[in-house]
Ligand binder design. Structure first.
Ligand code: ADP
Length: 495
């Protein structure tokens, strides 16, 4: 029996390959960064070939690091930065433009125009998404309209569109397979999450020929096999899911009502809502959690744009810390934030406020305030924003959240987690393996390739490294949250 599963974790700033054993332990991990391209203010691009070359290098190196061979790998699972788009030539495989990244705002005016035409309700009803440049459709339209000759080639069926998973599958199979999975398709704004089909009406609105589209498959199935000329062996690609959905799977949130929060660059709270889509206008998006065993699970998602990025700002902008983990050390030098609140609305605010014009503020400063208070308040801002999204989730679903599973880089911060637990009045669990995104992709692959027989078997792997329980009473919580809401109100509509 082959011993390991390889997870490809293609993120916004780096390409990673992680090799897991059957028990979910990390055996090898390699990470390669690649350049971020900012052609103009608010525009973000990646070179698709840099994504591919760093990814393939990471995979090969991860295997070399343990002295392994491809004979040891039972399958490959892919998880990826979501919404980012690549358009390439079907014959040559060459991209016709850089990848337009999820963060890119170049289509903001176009999306506003569609909103003004009253299309928001239609889009929400079909896709579960908000009419925002964050999602893929307007980015693909931009490429077809702005790259010379693209529209003609598209009409002739000579182009392929894909999110990053499709781009990697295409290259790994040497152009044999043009496919994506339900989770990635559900972020394009072209996929009807009710009927599980690409949507003709949306394709017409965005003027995208259907010949560009990949075939959509369940998240756990055999997508194809790596071409031996690429990796040196024929390995099944058995699992594919967007990063946040993969993390939900990696946290074993298999049942409705179970949820996780990822504290990464941004924060993403996802709740499994079962096999029926629930579309709300509350500011949460509805998305496909995964397709597995002939069924689809849906999730509600609350997105916070700036989470750990606020800690990066303390490091790179304010220069008050040298590394992200220093933040906890310095914050502990004071007993509390001394009444200071930081609202890190650097790119506006996402859920529940959705205000693109909000801007960051620091309030409550007195003569006694020092830098430790501001560092502590910045850590606390990650917890406050998460509390806002949980409140929204509870109000939208009527489900009371009883405990929270966490992951992502900033979940290593114990001060954050204890403040979060106090603020929510519930316990928090940090799993042994916080690489839940990659783990989720490995599990999806393992189910398709027979490494695991069921999600029940996978659940046995889940180990909790730390449980944190609340220590404050509800009066404390209410007072804190009231002050936070007041601070947020001062940051809104700052134009
Ligand atoms: P992503 O996958 O979005 O790139 P990660 O999950 O790797 O993000 O998390 C990285 C983020 O976590 C960074 O923004 C960093 O500032 C933050 N971070 C990492 N370690 C800590 C820590 N100990 N305390 C607070 N924030 C941290």
């Amino acid at each position: 029996m082959r011993k390991y599963i390889m997870a490809i974790d293609q993120g916004t700033t780096s390409s990673r390959a992680i090799i897991f054993d059957k028990d979910g332990n990390i055996v090898s991990l390699v990470q390669r960064e690649f350049p971020q391209i900012f052609p103009r203010e608010g525009w973000v691009e990646h070179d698709p070939m840099a994504i591919w070359s760093t990814q393939i290098a990471a995979c090969t190196e991860a295997l070399m690091k343990i002295g392994g061979s491809w004979e040891d790998i039972s399958g490959i699972g892919i998880t990826n930065q979501r919404e980012t788009v690549v358009v390439w030539d079907r014959k040559t495989g060459a991209p016709i433009y850089n990848a337009i990244v999820w963060q890119c705002r170049r289509t903001a005016d176009y999306c506003r125009e569609l909103k003004n035409q009253g299309l928001e309700e239609l889009v929400r009803g079909k896709t579960g998404l908000l009419l925002d440049p964050y999602f893929s459709a307007s980015k693909v339209a931009w490429i077809l309209d702005n790259v010379e000759g693209a529209r003609e080639k598209a009409e002739l069926g000579e182009l392929c569109f894909g999110t990053i998973d499709s781009w990697l599958i295409w290259n790994l199979t040497d152009g044999e397979v043009h496919a994506t999975d339900y989770t990635n398709a559900s972020r394009t704004m072209l996929f009807n999450i009710n009927t599980l089909q690409w949507d003709e009406e949306l394709l017409n609105i965005f003027n995208i020929p259907s010949s560009l589209l990949p075939c959509v498959k369940p998240s756990s199935c055999i997508f194809g096999y790596t071409d031996a000329s690429i990796l040196g062996a024929k390995i099944p690609i058995g699992g594919v899911a967007g990063d946040q959905q993969a993390a939900l799977f990696g946290q074993c949130c298999f049942n409705p009502g179970e949820l996780k929060n990822t504290y990464g660059t941004g924060a993403f709270l996802l709740m499994n809502i079962g096999e029926q889509p629930k579309i709300t206008d509350s500011g949460l998006v509805t998305t496909i959690a995964w397709g597995l065993d002939g069924k689809v699970n849906y999730a509600l998602e609350g997105s916070v744009f700036v989470c750990g990025a606020a800690i990066q700002w303390l490091r790179d902008g304010m220069r008050v810390i040298e590394s992200a983990s220093d933040s906890e050390y310095y914050a502990k030098k004071v007993p509390d934030s001394g009444g200071v609140l930081v609202v890190p609305a650097f790119q506006g605010l996402g859920a529940p406020y959705w205000d693109p014009y909000a801007r960051g503020i620091i309030v409550g400063i007195t003569r006694a305030t020092n830098k430790y208070h501001i560092i502590r308040a910045t850590i606390e801002s990650m917890a406050y924003q998460t509390s806002d999204v949980i409140e929204l989730m509870e109000n939208s679903t009527g489900i009371k959240v009883e405990s929270l599973a966490v992951d992502g880089g900033a979940s290593a911060n114990d001060l954050l987690l204890s403040f979060q637990s106090d603020l929510l009045g519930i316990s928090i669990q940090r799993p042994e393996c916080i690489e839940t995104t990659a783990l989720g992709a490995a599990y999806l692959c393992g189910l398709a390739t027979g490494v695991y027989s069921s999600t029940e078997e996978i659940k046995k792997n889940r180990l909790i490294a730390k449980t944190i329980s609340p220590e404050k009473d509800s009066a404390w919580r209410e007072e804190k949250l009231a002050m936070w809401k007041k601070a947020v109100s001062r940051s809104l509509n700052w134009n």
